[in-house]
Design a protein around this ligand. Structure first.
Ligand SMILES: Nc1ncnc2c1ncn2[C@@H]1O[C@H](COP(=O)(O)OP(=O)(O)OP(=O)(O)O)[C@@H](O)[C@H]1O
Length: 266
């Protein structure tokens, strides 16, 4: 049964005293995540920030069920996570390696649907719908290498959304594109999240990006990481790149987050 928070909103994800040690009990032992706990409510947008090497990617691997925690755990919709759940969409930084160059964009988007046994006619309709939702209805028959980097990442986002996930996990998804494309992809992600009601957890190095996108920001300490602070972002539902980023509240949050993640504060 799904848990509910004090506010009565359903908790989709609960990370409970998660610890991840690589190469445990060997000379190469490395505590990547020391002790991290937080929850994510249904429909919420949560960003995870922290210094380089803090264990952000490791945390996301554990949340997605790709890697097993050394201790502590993750619950998804009230059930302990033991595998990669079907209701999960994943988007990584490296779209160049996540799309298959020998498949058309449409076929790339259809892959998870095939894996889940969705019938051919439904697959075709779903692919067309989801590519249109990221503004790429016209590239279905083309190949990834015929598109710009930003367009390829939109195809990767469409693929993650194709099976209508409850939870979208994104690891530095906009780090490999230029600044203007990055703003466009941020706005696309906010729109998709609003239209589909999907819950999002996104890892980023970029404090401004985290503030622009989030309802709450989980700030990790330097490695081995613990949660330093969970910062609520009270910027309203309607955000715009120019106005939101120049608002007083945005600048206040930026100052606060900088003081949390800068090395002198450790
Ligand atoms: N597969 C692995 N095997 C062993 N150690 C690993 C592995 N993956 C990551 N690590 C180590 O775990 C620590 C945390 O790495 P991780 O990539 O999770 O951090 P990060 O916060 O995402 O880093 P960055 O911000 O630089 O991308 C680092 O010391 C890294 O070397």
């Amino acid at each position: 049964m799904a848990l509910t928070s004090e506010t009565g909103v359903e908790t989709v994800l609960a990370v409970d005293h998660l610890r991840k040690v690589y190469n445990e009990n060997t000379e190469q032992q490395n505590v990547a995540v020391a002790d991290v706990s937080f929850t994510v409510a249904k429909g919420e947008f949560v960003c995870v920030v922290g210094p380089s090497g803090a264990g952000k990617t490791t945390l996301l691997r554990c949340i997605s069920g790709i890697a097993a925690p050394s201790s502590g755990g993750v619950s998804f919709e009230g059930r302990p996570l033991t595998d990669v759940p079907d209701q999960l969409g994943l988007v990584f930084q490296d779209y160049g390696r996540s799309l298959y160059p020998w498949f058309t964009n449409g076929k790339n988007v259809a892959l998870p649907l095939r894996a889940r046994g969705v019938a051919k006619a439904d697959r075709a309709a779903r692919v067309a719908e989801v590519l249109a939702s990221v503004g790429l209805g016209h590239v279905e028959k083309q190949y990834p290498w015929e598109l710009s980097g930003g367009m390829q990442q939109r195809v990767a986002i469409a693929r993650a959304l194709s099976y209508r996930p409850q939870l979208l996990l994104m690891d530095e998804p906009f780090a490999s594109v230029d600044a203007q494309t990055r703003f466009d992809l941020e706005d696309l992600t906010l729109r998709v999240r609003r239209d589909l009601g999907v819950t999002v957890v996104l890892v980023t190095h970029d404090i401004d990006e985290a503030i622009y996108l989030s309802d709450r920001i989980v700030v990790l300490s330097k490695n081995p990481s613990v949660v330093k602070e969970i910062v609520p972002v009270d910027l309203g539902a309607d955000r715009s790149q120019v106005e939101t980023r120049s608002s007083e509240e945005f600048l206040r949050l930026r100052g606060h987050l900088m003081s949390l993640v800068m090395p002198h504060d450790e």
